[in-house]
Ligand binder design. Structure first.
Ligand code: NAD
Length: 497
């Protein structure tokens, strides 16, 4: 690609493509080829202020706040249809920027229509209530009102999907949004904003400012931003919550994980093998719910681990645009370096590699950020790989004796996002679901999500929930309205006889 073929994107504010002040820009890299992918506006406080003012104006002066909830919901549905109609193009843009398989990125862009239908449908079902006070002369009722401007800060691993998971309930509740995409994958958010307006959503309701931490912090600090919806790393989530707390702006956080994937001796071993592999290697480990800690009952440990190693060795690594590729590169050079150094650290602490652990040579892509599917054993409880999220294709395997021991091991983590349990014993399955400290438990399946099923973290994996009815309530506030219906007014300065 010549220098002139490289796309240049500005911010998307009030429906217009707007460059950053002084022409500041940054480049994103294609992780498969190592070449420049596109240029983006490097935004700071000034650009964020412009975007927030634009979102705020769409609420304070209309037109967004003046639309009926039904009409608002319909527009969200149309937006979903527009994204789905462009799913292949958006998928290619995302694969070009984060290196994940086109099959997955395209499917995510297609499926978000379900989220926009679901939350679009909820827009006119947000109801207040009438409170039966003990004063019969007073009518007391509640109004469920939007918060105002919501800042949406997202990561690179599933950019369109995660952006819609936040924007759909926020907009359905009547808020306007300013999206700050990851600096790794900024393009698809801008494409989404353009499609929002093509679908009839008024300009100013969906704005995008690109940039890194400076832009994100300016959004968190802006006095007109009522709430931050954030998906990303544990470290950034904690920094954002603390920062937002300084001015009492609320946050909903979806953070990292170190999810256990547990196989009992009575499991269907073929299914468990697929669940373990898919849980960690399907997205090169770059998913918040990666089943990165496998705990396997000692009765089947050797047999299942041998099968996992055989399957990992056969995974086809290469160009994520090709349909027969099973694993692409990692998204960034930094992510590759982090993955390598975490494996090295774990080995220093006594773990051993069963498979992988290196950068493979991929024909035609000498500069790609590829890393082998890696299986590590003998990682003890305090091992670096057991305690920390890699966000790469690295699986630890550990044997266990019984249910109590594995519950102890699985819960021994500051994270609590998800867990998988493989067993044919129905009682044990549901017992485990209760005993595991995390927001999602998958029994005999893994990595499933739905627009109507709540998703989120226990412990340091987050605060709040995405998806499901609970999610929309996080973008609403309640007003209590009191109305005296009688002609009597209680004057506190007049003594009652
Ligand atoms: P990241 O935290 O580095 O970045 C996420 C976003 O936050 C980006 O837009 C970035 O610019 C911004 N950011 C980074 N540091 C910041 C700071 N100090 N203050 C304000 N903003 C900041 O995460 P990433 O590397 O893009 O994504 C990977 C992480 O996201 C993993 O930890 C993964 O588990 C998590 N994740 C969680 C979920 C979930 O639903 N729980 C889903 C996907 C990814």
């Amino acid at each position: 690609m010549s220098q002139t073929d490289i796309p240049v994107y500005g911010n998307h504010i009030s429906g217009k493509e707007t460059p950053a002040r002084d022409g500041r820009r940054f480049v994103s890299i294609n992780p498969t080829t190592g070449s420049d992918w596109g240029y983006f506006a490097e935004s700071g406080a000034a650009e964020v202020d412009q975007a927030v003012e634009s979102a705020h104006a769409s609420l304070s002066r209309g037109p967004w706040s003046e639309l009926s909830p039904t009409r608002r919901g319909r527009l969200l549905m149309k937006w979903g249809e527009a994204i789905a109609a462009n799913a292949d193009r958006i998928g290619r843009i995302e694969t070009g920027q984060n290196g994940k398989l086109l099959a997955e990125m395209g499917a995510q862009a297609r499926v978000v229509v379900d989220w926009l239908y679901y939350f679009g449908g909820l827009a006119d079902k947000i109801e207040g209530s009438v409170i039966p006070l003990d004063r019969t002369s007073v009518l007391n009722y509640t109004l469920r009102e939007p918060l105002g401007v919501v800042g949406v800060i997202v990561p690179w691993n599933s950019p369109t999907f995660i952006t819609v998971e936040w924007a759909a309930p926020a907009l359905a509740a009547g808020n306007a949004v300013v999206i700050k995409p990851s600096e790794v994958t900024s393009a698809s958010a801008i494409e989404l904003a353009r499609l929002a307006e093509e679908a009839g959503i008024p300009p100013g309701v969906v704005n995008v400012v690109t940039g890194g931490r400076e832009a994100a912090e300016a959004l968190v600090d802006h006095p007109l931003v009522a709430k931050i919806a954030f998906t990303g790393s544990e470290a950034a989530g904690k920094a954002i919550a603390a920062r937002a707390g300084r001015r009492l702006a609320s946050t909903t956080l979806e953070l990292g994980g170190k999810s256990p994937n547990i196989v009992f001796g009575d499991a269907n071993i073929d299914h468990a093998e697929v669940g373990l592999l898919a849980g960690i290697f399907a997205a090169a480990g770059q998913t918040c719910v990666a089943g990165s800690r496998a705990y396997i009952h000692e009765s089947i440990y050797d047999r299942l681990v041998a099968r996992l190693v055989r399957r990992a060795a056969a995974i086809k690594i290469g160009d994520p645009l090709l349909s027969d590729t099973q694993m692409g590169p990692l998204a960034t050079k930094a992510q590759l370096a982090k993955t390598q150094s975490m494996v090295e650290q774990s080995l220093k602490e006594g773990a051993e590699i069963l498979h992988g652990g290196k950068r493979p040579e991929i024909e035609g892509f000498p500069r790609g950020f590829f890393f082998e599917p890696t299986i590590v054993h003998k990682a003890g409880r305090g091992n670096h790989l057991i305690k920390n999220e890699v966000f790469g294709p690295v699986l630890t395997v550990t044997p266990f004796r019984d249910e109590d021991e594995v519950v102890e091991l699985a819960n021994d983590s500051r994270f609590g996002l998800a867990a998988g349990v493989w067993t044919l014993d129905i009682k044990r399955g549901h017992r485990m679901a209760r005993r595991l400290q995390c927001g999602t438990v998958w029994l005999n399946t893994y990595r499933a999500v739905a627009y109507n099923s709540p998703f989120g973290g226990y412990k340091e994996s987050g605060i709040g929930r995405q998806n499901g009815i609970e999610s929309i309530h996080q973008f609403l506030q309640t007003k209590s309205v009191w109305c005296e219906l009688s002609d009597q007014v209680q004057d506190p300065f007049v003594l009652r006889t």
